[in-house]
Design a protein around this ligand. Structure first.
Ligand code: GTP
Ligand code: MG
Length: 592
């Protein structure tokens, strides 16, 4: 199916033409028929000579209803420009054409209607010249009379030629169905309609409402008045939603593939048309079927930042238009350059941003996004409309600009060296400290930046040889070994430890390095002492008392008490109710 929107001045015969082509009534409202004027969008379809189907979105021409017109043409890829032979080019002919041009609509057809009332030649020539200067370019033109039927066969052929040129829709694209109507069907509940420009909808699909993020489920689908289990773009489609009150959504909302869009109320755009500096501070942004008030901040000669009163699910490259509703003036066509732009707080930030925007064209550019954002989640980029095709994640789903990543790795090495120099007794830098110093959003990034000889161990980044003790501590431990090697259960007294320069931090380092064993505060032994003690105690008559153990080990209560408690904890000894102990595990188990 193809979708074509009408366009043209009020009363120039758009609806009459659609009726003549389709046999269907596009003016749905009694009021429209009474006044002989289209107020809101109408929908009708027909089969072309080639066998293809074309659906029309019939728009109102009256100047008061231009916003409705824009909701109809916003999502439609092609337009049928209607000009009456007897009236010629009129204000809304121009305004509608300006809107199509602003949106970048590239496919169209000129129809000069009411050819029975006047010579179509002058209107045709004038309209053709106007259209040629726009995104539509040189278009086919047909003169018709809905009254006599003259020209209708030629128009059908021209429509076939038009749709044959339309680009194929993006079949695998996520769904963003801009809602142009919502209503209630008795027995079914809420139904919304729209032009599906890309992707596919199926009954049972989970979608989300753009305005609220609320999850919804497709209960039924209609296309061209008939139920379907599945509808592929391009199509006019009616979606019946499960359990969604009608008030929850309306024109300008959208149904989205979950997780594939980000809603934004801040975007940077290129404006074609009036110079950015001349734009009023407040305009209406029309995109898809939505119309949202936007505050405009010019940045460069043709770039601006828009702040929307309501967030929209926009993608890089989206086309939109800015309109001044008071002046009936299409101020400019908009190409979305950035849907997640940086804040402009620092002095000179706006000028710098203008320079960046000058180099953007709205075509998604992965390498450029990485260069500007340095570090970004893959899903975040996809949701901006930047497909991630080539870059491999550096960690998890994080993508990085290669130059930035190399610089971070170098900074990590520097920060680690600095920290280790300042904290020689710690076994490296805690990962979280590095995360903060490098201002990284995720610990996984820190770990991914670690290169040999650095490594991550127990939540810290340090050198592989990070277990080696600093020189003074190693020397002190060697003295302990020399002095106490032959009396392994005699712990150095506190003042001896102090004399050796072994304070709590040095002892901690030696313990982590496996060079000392800490039994209690300021009670340290050489690491082999536990196994040796187990062997000595196993030779005692069982059970044995604390005093017997103390004598056998040739030590004091200061060492014997915590040493026996350690052996208890390790399951080498067991304490009996009378405070005596027995050795329950063979010596050597204590080593494990
Ligand atoms: N004689 C003659 N009258 C026509 C022709 N086409 C439309 N008309 C008449 O022109 C008037 C306006 O036609 P519509 O089809 O309502 O025009 P429209 O462009 O849809 O108008 P809006 O939707 O309000 O913008 C009606 O009275 C039609 O009968 C034609 O080819 N010949
Ligand atoms: Mg009409």
């Amino acid at each position: 199916m193809w979708v074509v929107a009408t366009a043209g001045h009020v009363d120039h015969g758009k609806s009459t033409l659609v009726r003549a082509l389709t046999g269907m009534e596009p003016d749905r409202w009694a009021e429209e028929r009474r006044r002989g004027m289209t107020i809101d969008l109408g929908f009708a379809w027909t089969t072309l000579p080639s066998g293809g189907t074309v659906a029309f979105v019939d728009v109102p021409g009256h100047e008061r209803f231009v916003p409705n017109m824009l909701a109809g043409v916003g999502p439609a890829p092609a337009a049928l420009l209607v000009v009456a032979a007897d009236e010629g080019w009129m204000p809304q002919s121009a305004e509608h054409l300006a809107a199509l041009h602003a949106l970048g609509v590239a496919y169209g057809l000129l129809v000069v209607t009411r050819a029975d009332l006047a010579d179509p030649g002058p209107a045709l020539a004038h309209a053709r010249a106007e259209i040629a200067a726009t995104s539509l370019g040189a278009v086919d033109a047909v003169a018709v009379s809905a009254v006599t039927g003259a020209g209708l066969p030629e128009l059908r052929d021209a429509l076939d030629r038009l749709v044959a040129r339309l680009p194929d829709p993006a079949a695998g694209a996520p769904v963003r169905l801009w809602v142009d109507r919502s209503f209630t069907v008795r027995g079914s509940g809420t139904v919304v309609t729209g032009t599906l420009g890309g992707g596919r909808l199926s009954v049972g699909d989970h979608l989300e409402l753009a305005d609220t993020g609320e999850p919804v489920r497709v209960r039924g689908l209609h296309c061209l008045g008939a139920p379907h289990a599945r509808v592929d773009a391009v199509a006019r489609v009616a979606v019946n939603l499960r359990n969604v009150p009608r008030e929850r959504l309306g024109r300008g909302d959208a149904l989205l593939t979950p997780g594939r869009f980000r809603r934004t109320d801040l975007l940077d755009v290129r404006v074609a048309g009036d110079p950015a500096a001349d734009l009023p501070a407040t305009l209406t942004l029309h995109v898809g079927a939505a119309a949202v008030t936007a505050r405009v901040r010019p940045l460069g000669p043709d770039t601006a930042r828009l702040r929307l009163v309501r967030p929209l699910p926009l993608l890089v490259g989206d086309r939109a238009l800015l309109r001044d509703p008071g002046r009936h003036h299409v101020a400019g066509g908009v190409t979305v350059l950035d849907v997640a732009p940086p804040p402009l707080t620092r002095r000179g930030a706006a000028a710098a941003r203008a320079r960046v925007l000058a180099g953007l064209d709205g075509r998604p550019d992965l390498a450029g996004e990485l260069r500007r954002r340095l570090l970004v989640r893959r899903g975040e980029l996809t949701r901006m409309g930047v497909p991630v095709t080539t870059a491999a994640p550096v960690a998890g789903d994080w993508l990085a600009d290669p130059g930035h990543w190399r610089a971070l790795a170098a900074r990590l090495a520097d920060e680690t060296a600095r920290y280790v120099a300042a904290h020689p007794l710690e076994p490296g830098v805690p990962v979280d400290v590095l995360r903060q110093r490098l201002d990284l959003p995720d610990r996984a990034l820190v770990e991914a930046l670690v290169r040999p000889p650095l490594r991550v161990r127990a939540g810290r980044v340090g050198e592989d040889a990070g277990d080696a003790l600093p020189e003074p501590v190693a020397r002190a431990v060697a003295r302990v070994r020399a002095e106490y090697g032959d009396r392994p259960f005699q712990a150095p007294e506190a003042d001896r430890l102090a004399g050796l320069g072994l304070g709590p931090r040095e002892i901690g380092a030696a313990v982590r390095a496996g060079e000392l064993l800490r039994l209690a505060e300021n009670v340290v032994l050489l690491p082999g002492a536990v196994d040796d003690a187990a062997r000595v105690l196993a030779r005692l008559p069982q059970p044995f008392t604390l005093s017997a153990a103390r004598q056998a080990l040739d030590t004091t209560r200061r060492v014997a008490v915590p040493l026996l408690e350690l052996l208890d904890r390790r399951g080498v000894t067991r304490r009996l109710p009378d405070d005596a102990r027995t050795v329950v595990a063979p010596p050597g188990v204590a080593a494990s």
